[in-house]
Write a protein that binds this ligand. Structure first.
Ligand code: UDP
Length: 234
């Protein structure tokens, strides 16, 4: 597969065209940002970890019946994926109160929920990714009603699978963000990444944070945490 011109550079990844119009190559960087780009830094080795973790989880999810963009891992940092139009929604599932949920609603971090929650943010940096509901997503024509229903079904299925998967590895899946895309034939697939950048992982015994919160909150031991959580995968 030939790597052609770069079509996109985001906060954590670059995307390149290939000689197949339906496939692109994602290249993961070590750059880290938080608070809508206000905080910037580097997490050495993050790109390799996020690439490998995301690929492993997407393959498992695919086996569990959730369609994903994953095609083939090409190198430590590069993966061949289906070219999609990203649905401009950040889909967040939560099992335990943390982050913006705790802040917005005054709930102590670590409070478990009886059932997982789902929320959407409108993916728009200029607007600061505002929280929206299904009706807003429809009004903004971000997706059709059917697509929104499918996205919700897939997101909860990802949570069911991942919660159990991480539990077996001594990790609590607190919350995570997903993005979905539409392939050239209109199929909705799980896209973007699933990694310590996009999930909150707590060690089940020590409750130690093993994710990007260590960077966001200047807790130290960022690289160690990424290596630790990667080591739990098998
Ligand atoms: N998240 C993400 N990208 C974002 C916002 C959130 O990957 O732009 C993830 C975050 O890592 C966490 C979950 O979504 O696992 C919920 O994040 P929250 O809404 O609590 O926001 P935060 O506290 O990170 O600002």
């Amino acid at each position: 597969m030939e790597k052609r011109e770069q079509i996109y550079e985001g906060k954590a990844k670059k995307v390149y065209l290939t000689d197949d119009p339906d496939l692109v190559i994602v290249d993961y960087k070590d750059d880290a940002t938080a608070f809508n780009g206000l905080k910037k830094g580097t997490i050495t080795g993050k790109g390799v970890i996020n690439n490998k973790m995301s690929n492993l989880l997407m393959q498992k999810l695919e086996e569990a019946g959730i369609p994903t963009h994953f095609v083939e891992e090409l190198s430590d940092r590069e993966t061949l994926v289906k070219k999609v139009d990203i649905v401009p929604l950040e889909v967040i599932i939560r099992n335990i109160a943390a982050g913006s949920f705790s802040k917005n609603y005054g709930v102590k971090e670590g409070t478990p929920f009886d059932a997982p929650t789902i929320e959407f943010s409108y993916k728009n940096d200029d607007l600061g990714d505002p929280l929206i509901n299904d009706y807003h997503a429809l009004a903004l024509k971000l997706a059709t009603k059917e697509e929104i229903e499918l996205i919700k079904k897939y997101a909860f299925a990802v949570n069911d699978y991942m919660k159990a998967y991480w539990k077996e590895r001594g990790v609590i899946l607190v919350d995570f963000k997903l993005e979905f895309g539409k392939t050239s034939d209109g199929t909705i697939v799980l896209a973007d990444e699933i990694s310590p950048d996009t999930c909150r992982f707590w060690d089940a015994e020590t409750m130690e944070k093993l994710d990007k919160d260590r960077f966001r909150r200047d807790l130290g031991g960022v690289e160690d945490a990424y290596n630790e959580i990667m080591g739990r995968l098998s």
